[in-house]
Write a protein that binds this ligand. Sequence first.
Ligand SMILES: *Cc1c(COP(=O)(O)O)cnc(C)c1O
Length: 407
Amino acid sequence: MSEWNIKASNISKRAHNPIRQIVDKLKVDPNAQKSFISLSVGDPTVFGNFNVHESANEAIKRQLDTFKHNGYPPAHGTLDARDAIARKYSIPDVAPLTPNDVLLANGCSGALDICVNVLCNPGQNILLPRPGFSLYKSLAEIREVEVRFYDLVPENNWQVDLKHLESLIDDKTACILVNNPSNPCGSVYPKEHLEAILDVAAKHHLPIIADEIYCDLVYKGNTFYPMASLTKDVPILAVGGLAKKWLVPGWRIGWILVHDRHDAFAAEVRTGLLNLSQVILGPNSVVQGALDDILHRTPQSFYEETISQLEHNAKLGIDAVSKIDGLTPVTPQGAMYMMVGIDMDKFKDISSDVEFSQKLVAEENVLVLPGQCFDYPNFIRIVITPPAGSLQEAYERMAEFCARHRK
Ligand SMILES: *Cc1c(COP(=O)(O)O)cnc(C)c1O
């Protein structure tokens, strides 16, 4: 070649984070009169009111001082770390786990990446929830796996439209991804509903990727059921991690729990998972050293305080937003989010969720993510982890904003 002409690869062109593209359209004005309130970041640590428990920090410091965790651990995690996870999540007789059924990864995102990679070939399709966490779509698209969205029904606490789900299945379907509790919905599925989804998977012999990163983060009156605890039939790769429940998303520790049934994963998938985890060393060594302490010695009060603050904030959100004409919140049952429907007919100069978010941040310096980030227009997602005072202030500004723009 006679001159420099360097092209980016096709794979890099397919790689994208849909949230980034939409959020880039929402301009935060650095000279705004009003203080900036972000109800958009899914990172509970940024406001200072949700903090890692000190015992986890102490555990990390102790491990650092042993000088034992500075080398390369096995790619899928140390035996001690996998054993700590197996003991935490094993349900004897129902969904038993040994350390050999556990792989660590670079965060729950890394775990999801490995799961999509091991189950899906280019040209196959994957069934994803709509609305849903945008990473799923990105992981599929980068590999040229066709995305088919199954509908969640807001009037029914975001339960799956089972008929729709089943109608999407064909002989190219590789797996079904289920996210419970859900980001962005804040829904927590009852046992019967999870069983109904499992029935569809069993009927068509499809494995499930269960994203259970928000396990146990459920409000009073709701119960979290691990999907694997409800089936003797359907093979499941359940993914989780430290990010949300232990409030340390930056520590980058996630995991895959292999719940085999009928030995369906034995022939190929287990080897595939190991192969994939060995490409690049994902999980952090020091955190692995501290994992047994973090999972088994964090006091119960830490989890209770997290939930109680989230629940308080969820209630505050429902109370405030349901009073705003034109907005309809869907009551969250867990996780850290609340979806709010926008009745476009009520507004004179707002015609989409993106426009709603754009104008809200421009006029009130309050940032919310439009539903389009989750492939679900006419909604916004509100993160309920900011301190109650900031949330209150944000809802007051939203109420004034809506009043100004209503017909
Ligand atoms: C935050 C989140 C993850 C990613 O977790 P990391 O451990 O930070 O990679 C995965 N799934 C859902 C639904 C999430 O909200």
